[in-house]
Design a protein around this ligand. Structure first.
Ligand code: MG
Ligand code: MG
Length: 250
């Protein structure tokens, strides 16, 4: 495993990339509504990323056809934007956004409600967001990656939610996926967090069980029991003073 710790200069470039990702999410918050297709959301994201002199990191990544991932209800991650997928009242949609600017990547996901959603889905969104912030609270010098994972696991258990096992967070910087991998549950990981590490923390929690499968499109990951799933992610910089979220508006 080789972890690339970033200089102040590099972190500043990552903030610029993270700002573009945050601009897309600000637009998604308004654009997500009943009747909109996921392809329309993808086009909005593409335009914002390009208008800010960045590139959509996901477009073409291992052949992925969209600029964002759009994963509805039981879809966990990697849903493909489509003209045929129309948002309905009561849906939840996880939107994952990556932008590359001057060689550095920002990566952030958020799950949005469409119109009025059930109390169970509200709980899922609230708890998954809570688990993200509980985890990233440990992103400070000399804390442990295991404490990030443990904090996420504890919130999932508090709300009786499933934890996706096969996917997780990751180092991020010049590449979208760098070391270390970050499980969203305890694994006896011994890694000590050090200043300059930049890691995407991204809990994926389910209203049902842990298990997921990949659909025949070879991208979309869904829960095996078809229960809804949520995904919240920020790119976070480890500092002596605590976590610094890089995927936010400057
Ligand atoms: Mg992401
Ligand atoms: Mg990620």
């Amino acid at each position: 495993m080789s972890i690339h710790r970033k200089s102040k200069f590099e972190v500043n470039l990552m903030k610029q990339a993270g700002n573009v990702v945050a601009l897309v999410h600000a637009a998604m918050k308004d654009a997500v509504k009943e009747g909109v297709t996921t392809k329309e959301l993808d086009e909005i994201a593409y335009k914002i990323i390009k208008a800010n002199k960045a590139d959509p990191t996901f477009l073409g990544y291992h052949g992925f056809p969209g600029s964002i991932c759009t994963s509805i209800n039981e879809a966990v991650v990697h849903g493909i934007p489509s003209n045929d997928v129309v948002l309905k009242d009561g849906d939840i949609i996880s939107i994952d956004v990556g932008a590359t600017l001057r060689g550095f990547v920002g990566d952030s996901a958020w799950t949005y409600p469409v119109g009025n959603i059930s109390d169970e889905k509200k709980k899922l969104l609230m708890a998954t967001e809570k688990s993200l912030f509980a985890g990233l609270e440990h992103m400070k010098t000399n804390d442990k990656l295991e404490n990030v994972a443990g904090a996420i696991e504890d919130v999932a258990k508090e709300y009786n939610l499933g934890i996706v096992r096969q996917y997780g967070g990751h180092g991020v910087g010049r590449e979208m996926h760098e070391d270390p991998f970050v499980f969203n549950y305890r694994t006896n990981n011994t890694l000590t967090l050090l200043k300059g590490m930049t890691i995407a923390i991204e809990p994926m929690l389910n209203l049902g069980g842990d298990d997921v499968i990949v659909l025949d499109d070879e991208w979309t990951v869904v829960t095996k029991d078809k229960k809804p799933s949520a995904h919240f992610e920020h790119t976070v910089h480890v500092t002596d003073d605590g976590p610094e979220i890089l995927t936010k508006l400057l």
